[in-house]
Write a protein that binds this ligand. Sequence first.
Ligand SMILES: [Zn+2]
Length: 747
Amino acid sequence: MHELKDNQSTSTDFFGAHATRWLGLYGVKPAFMDRLELFTDSVKSALPDGTGRVLDFGCGPGVIAMAIAESGYDVVGMDGAELMIETARKEQARRGIENAEFRVMDAREFSIPPESFDAVVCSSVIEYVEDDAALVKKLIGTLRPGGRLVISVPNAASLIGKTEDLLRDTVVFARRAGGQHLGYSRRRYRRVAFLKLLQSLGLGSFACTSFEVPVLGRAGVAVSRLKRVGVMLLVVGRKGAPDATADHCEPRRTQKAISRKNLWEEAPRAVRRLIGRPLSLLPRRALLGRGFRQSLDFVEEAQWWPADKSRDYQLAQVRRVCQLAYERSAFYAKHFDEAGFDPRSIKTLDDLSCLPTIDRDDLRNNIEAIYTRSPDSRGVDCVSTGGTGGEPLRFCIGSDRSGVDFAYLVSSWQRVGYDLRTPAAVFRGRAVAEDSRGLRHEFDPILNTHNYSAFHMSDENMRRYLEHVRGLGPCVLHVYPSTVAMLARFMRRHSVARLEQLRGIIAESEIVYPQQRSMVEDVFGCRYFSCYGHSEKLVSAAECEHSTDYHIWPTYGYFELLDDKGCRISESGRRGEIVGTGFINSVVPFIRYRTGDFATYVSDRCDACRREHVCIRDIEGHRTQEILVAADNSLIPWTALNMHDDTFAYVRRFQFRQEVPGRAVLRVVPGVGFGDEERKRIIKSLDAKLQGRLLLSVVLTDAIDVTPQGKAIYVDQAIEGIPDGWGGEEPEMPLGERRPAVSVERG
Ligand SMILES: [Zn+2]
C-alpha cells in the first residue's frame, strides 16, 4: 500500500513537471498527432451527431480534451497533476474554448455522478494505477448506458514495447527524458485479456487498434498499426451493448503471418521481378513448399477412395475438429454443452446432426471466444470476407492452409488439362500496374501465372490482353465468370479469332449463369470449368470433367445439404442450404456452419468419372455478378473489389451506388471506431486497384437495404442498359454501342 502511494505521487509529480513539454509535442510529433486524431475520431464516431458530454480522465495538459471540445462536445478534463491542469486552463483561455472544464482530482478518491457522460476518454492512465480494474469499473460507472469508453494502454504484443522494457532500467535509457515515463508504468496489456476484462465490466462491441512508435516519424505512424509493432493499444467499447448485432465491429484487423506465401505476395514488384527469374528455374512443386506437395500427393490418391474409406476419414476429422473446439474454444464449449453434445461420443457422422448449426452472426458475435489458440501466435493470418447481408466477416486461419487449399485446386484443375507447368492467364482481383510496354500485365514465376488487370477491361486493353495470352502457348484462363464474359463479348463483337491453344477456362468466386456459360464456351470453343469454395475453407467442390455437376472433395471438409427444417437432403433433385464442417482451419473451427449458399442434390457418386463423391448442381449464393461502369463505359466486376484485407474493417455494411459511368458513391454504415482515417483508408485501398477508373466518394448512412431474402446488394446500379442480374440475360450489344452513352460529367 505504501509503495502504491509512493509510486502514484511520484508519477503525478513527474507528469506535472513535463506538462508544457508534452503540450508542445502534440503539435509537431507525428506519433502524438496520431494519438490525438485516434482519440478525437473515436469520440466523433461514438457520438456522430456532434453533441454529448465527454469526460477526459487523466487529461494531462488537456490536448485531447480541447480537440474534442473544439469538435463541439462538452468536455470535462480531470488530472491528478495540478501543474497539468494549470497548463490546460492557460491553453484553454488562449484558444477561447468555452465548452471545456478542467479539474484537479485524486485517481483513488474521485467521485463523479453515475451515468453522467456519453463518452469517457482515458489516454494512458490505468497502467500507472495499482488496481486498474477498479478504476475502469468506476469510469464505466460514469457512462450512460450505450456510452463509449475510449481507452489506451501499453500493448504487450509490441516488439518495440518489449525492447523498451529491456532497456528501461538501463542508465542510458532513463537519462533520455523521452523514456522516463516508462519507469512509472506498471504493466502492459494483452489485447484478448484486456478485452475480456472490459467485457466482464459491462462493455461490448469493441473496436481496437495498436498505435504509436516512438521513432521514424510518419513512417512510424504507418507501421504502428501492426499489432506487434505499435507500443499502445486503443480500445473503444460500448456500455451494456445489449443487442450484439445492432452495433458491432470486431476488434481484430487483418494481419498476416510471416509465411513464404505472404512474404512473396507482399514483396514489392521490383523484388519479385529480381528474384522471380532465378526462382522460376526451380521445379514448381519445390517452390510451392512441402505442405503443398504432401497435400497434392494425398489428394491425388484420396479422390479415388471408395466411399466407406472417405467416410472413415471424415469421421476421424470431425472427431478431431470437435474435440479441439471443445477443449480450446470457449464458444464451442458452451455451444456443445448447451446442446448436450459430447464430442467424445461421436460414433458415426450422423451423430453430428444433434448439434445445432451456426451462422455468420454466431461467429461475428463471439469471435474472440471462438479461437482455439491466440490469434497472436505464430503462423496465423487474419482474413476478411464479404458476406450474405453485406457485412464483412473477419476471422483468423492458419497460414499453412494455403498450400493445402491450393493442392485441391490444382487437382481439380487437372480435370481440364492443367498441370503445374501450364501457365494460367488470370483475370481476377489483383491490381496490376503497366509494364514497360504499357500493358497491364505481371508474371508471377512461383505460381506460373500471368496476371492482367480486371479493372481495365476497355476494348483496347482487352485486345492487347488477348494478343498477349495468344503468345503464351498452351495455357488456361483463370477468371471470374464476369471477367470472362467481358472477354467473350469483346471477341464476339470484334470477331476476334479463338485462342486455339487454350486448354480450358477455370471460373471461380461468382455465381455461374447458364446462358453466360454457353456464350463463353461458344466464343472460346473450350471447356468452361467452375469451382466452388470459401475463404472459411469449409467445403471445396469442382465440376466433373464429364459434366457440370460439382463433386465435393470428401477429405477437405464435411458437407451437408439441409432443407429448411434442418434435415439432411439425400434425394436427387431436392434443394437445400450448404452446411460445412471444415478440416483445414484449426484456429477458428467451423462446425456445421451455414454458408448461405444453396444447391440441388444430385447423387452420392458419379458414374461418369467413378469418383465416389457427393454431387450437386446449380449452386446459388451471395456471390452474384455485379458490375460497375468506368468513364469509358467499360465494365469493372464488383468481385474484384471485394477486399480480403482490412479495408472494410470498421464498416458494418457497404454498397456502391452508381448513376453515371466513371463515378460511384460508396455508401457506408460505419462501425465503432470508424473515423476520417478509415474513410481515407477505404478510398486509398480501393483506388490502389481502380487507379482512377472510378471516382469514389464515401457517404455515411445508417442503413442499407438487402433483398427480401436477406442477401446484400453490393452495387446499386442505376445506369440504364445494365440488366438486373447482369449475367442472367445476354444482351446482344455491349453497353457502349447499344444506346447513346450516358453523358459523363467531367472535372
Ligand atoms: Zn464425375
